[in-house]
Design a protein. Structure first.
Length: 564
């Protein structure tokens, strides 16, 4: 038999977690048709001896809501073996949206997910108002990966309530009914669920809170029940878990799950200021699972941290008046200007916080800021912090950090972990890894383009955790069949006959992360941090090779997915 593509002799990790085996994979018409010994030939054949053959990775927490409108290549996720991504998380997105509310939703996305307003204003064509129309717009563009999307509660609430949503008013019974009806419409059109945010960390660039911050239980239950009425889907949420405590807030989430019958996933991070809350939430989610409620935490496999530097959008001195005078200069020229003794003295004497528009500036601590080298180190030892180095040299940490930033061409990055690194270890992520109810995620692919580059999570998981007691088979399962099933997808995530032919061919010994680079490739000349990987020999989407050795082939077999 002549197949479209046959992959020969690779070490097949089939996505189930079962032990890998050497075998062939035959593909026909975008589907896997045979696994094991394939006697026929292929129109194209790939020698995979010495390579891992895995299903394509499924990332359930991304923010490509804008980029998917203008870009066919959803980097950085597609550079890291992701073949399916779920966007519309955290309650932010662009549909439903009346023309009068476009600026509001852009300001919310800019503040919450650090996607610059000028980029969004130029890149979004606004050929939609309703959520079904937004799906239709997405469907008209070919891509290198499949995407599905959630109905964002922020957009939904503004669409129904207008200014009252921004004022954090409680929804009336009529408004709740309207939100439920629009949720039914979105689910019927193919939404994979809905998302909401209940954290004060999510603000517009002006500092206003997300409109969903104080939504009442009745409103959340109506939205979740609307998903059920419309055909299904999950509810995704992020919360501070302090209204008034994790147990009380989680009890509310349980009631929503029980009333609606919907799966719920929530962001779980180990905060540095509340070091025990994540453990309580992990235990509460396990207890819910034991009771038959599908409530699962989504956790990061390494610290969520920001990259600060002169080539990024922020650095520790961005708020200083004397820095702002040279902020328009190219990094090398800016570094040279900052090395001038007079300017250096002025910047170091000025208030770094008062003039800053960076909402995380108050969370930066010298003892939790590290030089970010090559290869990148996401779990640096405590003694490598800029604060510790300054102390050893008998210098002020501000001066030490300043001089590190302005070295050479001004291209140095500082890594500042904000979660999952409270004790300077990855023990919190490791504990979550040991819970099968927990989901690997929170890459935020497509978001935080100026100071975070976590779309590389899938590669890091294989590189780091395979050397720390977790089998490669299990690490692949956690990023393929586990995440696909969490999305409600049954046609991918496993290498077996009848499944979608989404595959990665990986040279395990060559897996690596390159230092992030600032690229100017967004609409309106916008820039973003992008981090590439080594070790991916081929990525295959629907039986078509989309990347060879990290280089796009130009093939765009990816589609918009509708949950039906």
């Amino acid at each position: 038999m002549k197949h479209d593509l046959v992959i020969r002799g690779g070490q097949v990790l089939d996505g189930t977690g079962m032990p890998g085996f050497q075998g062939d994979v035959a593909i026909q018409d975008g589907q896997i048709v045979q696994v094991g010994a394939v006697p026929g030939s292929g129109i194209e054949e790939i020698d995979a001896h010495g390579l891992l053959v895995t299903p394509g990775f499924v990332d359930i927490h991304t923010h490509y809501d804008g980029q998917a409108v203008w870009d066919s290549h959803l980097a950085p996720s597609s550079w890291h073996g992701v073949t399916t991504a779920l966007m519309g998380n955290c309650g932010v997105g662009f549909a439903p949206c009346r023309a009068a509310d476009r600026d509001t939703l852009i300001a919310l996305m800019e503040g919450v997910e650090d996607i610059p307003g000028p980029v969004l204003h130029e890149g979004l064509n606004w050929s939609w108002e309703s959520f079904p129309q937004y799906l239709d717009a997405l469907e008209r563009k070919a891509r290198d990966i499949d995407i599905g999307t959630l109905l964002p509660h922020g957009a939904l609430r503004v669409h129904v309530m207008g200014q009252r949503a921004l004022d954090l008013d409680n929804a009336t019974a009529a408004e709740i009914a309207a939100m439920r009806a629009l949720t039914v419409e979105a689910a019927a059109a193919g939404a994979f669920g809905a998302s909401t945010s209940r954290t004060i960390s999510h603000k517009t660039l002006a500092g206003d809170p997300t409109p969903t911050l104080k939504a009442q239980e009745e409103e959340l239950t109506a939205i979740a029940s609307g998903l059920t009425e419309g055909g299904g889907g999950l509810l995704e949420l992020i919360s501070d878990w302090n209204t008034p405590d994790p147990a009380t807030e989680f009890a509310m989430v349980r009631r929503v799950a029980a009333a609606s019958g919907r799966p719920i996933v929530f962001s779980l991070t180990a905060r540095h200021d509340r070091t025990e809350a994540w453990k309580q939430l992990l235990a509460l989610s396990d207890d819910a699972a034991a009771s038959g409620l599908n409530i699962r935490p989504v956790f990061p496999p390494r610290p969520i941290g920001i990259l600060l530097g002169l080539v990024g959008s922020q650095n520790p001195f961005s708020g200083c008046a004397s820095y702002k005078e040279v902020a328009h200069l190219a990094p090398a020229a800016r570094a040279a200007a900052m090395r001038e003794p007079g300017r250096r003295a002025r910047i170091l004497s000025e208030d770094r916080v008062a003039g800053s528009n960076f909402p995380l500036i108050t969370r930066l601590q010298w003892e939790r800021m590290f030089p970010f080298g090559d290869p990148p180190d996401y779990a640096p030892p405590r003694e490598n912090s800029l604060g510790a180095q300054a102390e050893r040299e008998g210098r002020a940490p501000e001066e030490f950090t300043y001089d590190y930033l302005v070295e050479g061409e001004g291209t140095n990055f500082i890594f500042a972990p904000l979660t999952n690194f409270a004790d300077y270890t990855l023990d919190a992520s490791a504990e979550c890894m040991r819970h099968r109810n927990a989901i690997i995620g929170l890459s935020d692919g497509g978001a935080h383009v100026g100071f975070i580059s976590d779309g590389s999570f899938p590669t890091y998981v294989l590189m780091h955790w395979s050397k720390r007691g977790f089998s490669m088979e299990e690490l692949v399962r956690r990023q393929t069949s586990d995440t696909a099933r969490a999305m409600g997808l049954r046609d991918r995530g496993v290498i077996a006959p009848g499944m979608l032919a989404d595959l990665n061919l990986i040279a395990e010994s060559e897996l690596g992360l390159l230092p992030p680079q600032m690229m100017h490739d967004l609409p309106a000349g916008g820039r973003r941090l992008l981090q590439a990987a080594s070790g991916y020999r081929s990525t295959i989407k629907r039986g078509v090779v989309t990347y060879r050795d990290g280089v796009a082939t130009g093939a765009l077999p990816g589609k918009l997915l509708r949950r039906h």
